[in-house]
Design a protein. Structure first.
Length: 437
């Protein structure tokens, strides 16, 4: 009985030893990682006598971060579970091919790779009790991505800022001054002039280029009103009269002309009275100076300097009429084209920029990337999807894709952002050696 028991114990020990030996799974001695043609190439090197068969080697992607996932000892028993997850997520496992007497190379498309790879080897051993399969894993760390630019974003150029670059009568509210007709700063660009005939306060859209000027004003006002990033604060309208005495027969003609244009814009743009400020500019000295400067007459430049130095508008007009025996004044009044331009209304639109809420949201994502060593990239991608056409968001998306080694997706995001004018995206493309093609 004692001999049988001793034999039974010896048999158990032998089986245990054989089982332990069988479970010493095949594990690579080293590995190499390369990248080319939008794929990762992971070559795992084995001892020849410990090299698994082709169908016994899998490569699976770590589902979670290395420091929060299952520990090394548990990976051995959950390798197949990882493989099933991987196939469920990507539809297949990476291609595996022998590349030498003791190595396998796995070809992994970028979109099948996250931060860390787990190489899983599965080997079968024959024991007295039958065939035993064993799993082992090797953690493969991909090369550290380049440190790309993901600085806090700046607000985008607003609708008002863009329009102000091409429309001299549109100005940011920081340039606002209380409207004073005699000293109003009105641009002299003709697109900003709505013209009136001598002695008339009637607004005739067919007169000179009034139709184009009025349409330009209305279009600008509507664009600013409908924009989500700019808001009209004030619209200044200043009416002017000609230096010709015939325009002085109608009292406060300049103010009436300004009121006429104001009423017309209100009807077409549906804006409240409080938006508009109307003033009588008197003689349109801005245009008078311009006309005198272009006169082919002696002393015209001297006259302009004298007029600009005189602050009192009545004294200035008297000086104009008597200077050089009135020759420049007579020529000015006889120039029919100039008199039409001087009998005009000029408009100046002031706007302010609204808060760029998207910049605030995007900067929260930038801060998450900067301060969290293991951010939830899928969650950040979902947040960025709300700004799919924002070049700042596209640059951030490119940084996220690059951190996860998805070079093709990163390149596409950077290119789109750079095409939309994002400087950080252009810098990131240079760092990665990417072109706009």
């Amino acid at each position: 009985m004692k001999q049988k028991f001793t034999y039974f114990i010896a048999t158990l020990l032998l089986l245990s030893i054989n089982t332990l030996q069988a479970q010493q799974a095949v594990k690579p001695m080293s590995y190499n990682v390369e990248h080319s043609d939008s794929c990762w190439y992971v070559t795992m090197n084995y001892r020849i006598d410990k090299m698994p068969k082709n169908d016994e080697l899998l490569l699976i992607s770590q589902i979670c971060c290395p420091d929060t996932c299952i520990n090394d000892s548990a990976r051995r028993f959950q390798g197949k579970r990882y493989a099933k997850r991987y196939i469920k997520q990507y539809g297949r496992t990476p291609d595996v091919m022998p590349t030498g007497d003791n190595s396998f190379t796995m070809v992994i498309p970028e979109d099948m790779v996250t931060d860390t790879l787990i190489g899983v080897t599965y080997s079968e051993y024959t024991t007295p009790d039958g065939t035993i399969g064993a799993l082992d894993t090797v953690e493969i760390i991909l090369p550290v991505p380049a440190a790309l630019s993901c600085r806090p974003v700046r607000r985008l150029q607003s609708t008002g800022d863009r329009m102000a670059q091409s429309h001299p009568f549109i100005n940011n509210i920081r340039y606002y001054t209380t409207l004073n007709g005699d000293s109003a700063h009105i641009p002299t660009n003709p697109v900003n002039h709505v013209h009136f005939a001598l002695n008339s306060q009637h607004l005739d859209p067919t007169y000179l280029n009034n139709a184009a000027a009025i349409d330009s004003l209305v279009s600008a006002i509507i664009s600013l009103t409908n924009s989500s990033d700019s808001q009209i604060e004030s619209i200044h309208i200043v009416g002017y009269t000609s230096p010709d005495s015939r325009d002085e027969t109608v009292p406060k003609l300049g103010y009436k002309r300004a009121g006429t244009l104001c009423n017309h814009l209100q009807q077409r743009c549906n804006l409240p009275d409080s938006i508009f400020e109307v003033a009588d500019g008197g003689k349109h000295w801005h245009m008078i100076y311009s006309d005198l400067t272009h006169q082919d007459m002696e002393h015209s430049d001297s006259l302009v300097r004298l007029l600009q130095a005189e602050k009192n508008s009545k004294k200035r007009l008297a000086l104009l009429r008597r200077f050089n025996s009135g020759r420049q004044y007579t020529a000015l009044c006889n120039d029919s084209a100039s008199s039409n331009y001087r009998g005009a209304c000029c408009t100046r639109i002031f706007y302010h920029n609204l808060t760029d809420s998207s910049a605030h949201d995007l900067n929260n994502i930038v801060n998450e990337l900067a301060n969290n060593p293991h951010p939830d990239y899928d969650k950040l991608r979902h947040k960025l999807s709300a700004y799919s056409n924002d070049p700042r968001a596209l640059n951030i998306k490119g940084v996220i894709e690059h951190r996860q080694h998805r070079r093709s997706a990163a390149a596409e995001a950077f290119r789109r952002a750079a095409e939309l004018g994002d400087e950080q995206a252009a810098q990131n493309m240079d760092l990665l050696g990417l072109s706009m093609d």
